[in-house]
Design a protein around this ligand. Structure first.
Ligand SMILES: C[S@@+](CC[C@H](N)C(=O)[O-])C[C@H]1O[C@@H](n2cnc3c(N)ncnc32)[C@H](O)[C@@H]1O
Length: 251
């Protein structure tokens, strides 16, 4: 059900698309969301439960905006690894990192989310921000994030959603189906990313499905928090600290 062959999940296409938009990605996001994207990332980090000195992983880190928020949270005693398979997006991430106090805290790595190059139980928290729509296999990506997270650690997903309030729903329909693609048409192929948004939203599982998937992957205390009238959602779940704790000895 989750594995799709749509364009926005085709790895070659996704790489080309992000290579074409990398230099403008941050600016476009800020303009198109009226800077709400920064607030959404801060909320995701707030719900991560991360503490100073801990180690975090940011999958599909792109230009590193969420990675930097994580670095701020863990502080100079902690560390954060950002992973993406687009070298163009990682180059922007590296540029964004320079001039921040987080240079010693953050490390970027070119790798595929479906096969993370880390041992099991390495990170206190693994996040993915606005990346679930583009990976070729959602379940495999989440399995990898869970594998590399320490028992008791958190998985955090920040992703676009569809508003439920009728008035917001209509505004969003106009915005996603007409305004974003119109912006996409401004360049030859630079902003195909924004033409893709309505398409990618159609195939994104509903919040209930994402929560069910997280529970089926054995995460506990799974929660979905809708932000900004349901425009985006933050999903959290914990990797069970003691997988066999439900087995009790009869007394
Ligand atoms: C919409 S951007 C999100 C970037 C960033 N997390 C943010 O909050 O803005 C999605 C990113 O996912 C990356 N991506 C998509 N599929 C991937 C995969 N299988 N492995 C690694 N990165 C992937 C893309 O290269 C792109 O940088």
């Amino acid at each position: 059900m989750m594995k799709t062959t749509e364009r926005h999940r085709d790895e070659t296409f996704v790489r080309q698309m992000f290579a074409a938009v990398a230099d403008r990605y941050d600016l476009m996001n800020t303009l198109l969301t009226l800077n709400l994207d920064a607030y959404w990332r801060r909320r995701a980090v707030f719900h991560s439960g991360l503490q100073r000195g801990q180690i975090a992983l940011d999958v599909c880190c792109g230009t590193g905006k969420l990675t930097l928020q994580l670095a701020r949270k863990v502080g100079p005693e902690g560390s954060v690894v950002g992973v993406d398979f687009s070298s163009a997006m990682l180059a922007r991430a590296q540029a964004n990192l320079h001039g921040t106090p987080y240079l010693p805290v953050v490390q970027y790595l070119e790798a595929n989310a479906l096969h993370l190059p880390f041992p099991d139980h390495r990170f206190h928290c693994s996040t993915i921000g606005f990346g679930l729509r583009n990976v070729s296999d959602i379940a495999q990506t989440l399995k990898e994030m869970i594998r590399v997270t320490k028992p008791g650690g958190t998985i955090v997903i920040l992703e676009l959603a569809k508003p439920r309030l009728p008035i917001l729903k209509q505004c969003y329909h106009l915005y996603a189906n007409y305004w974003l693609p119109a912006i996409g048409n401004l360049g030859p192929q630079r902003h195909r990313l924004y033409q893709m948004v309505p398409e990618s939203l159609k195939t994104l599982p509903e919040p209930e499905e994402i929560c069910l998937l997280l529970r089926n992957l054995n995460l506990s205390a799974v929660r979905c928090r809708r932000l900004s009238g349901g425009l985006v959602a933050v999903y959290t779940g914990y990797k069970d600290p003691a997988p066999f704790s439900s087995v009790r000895t009869a007394t």
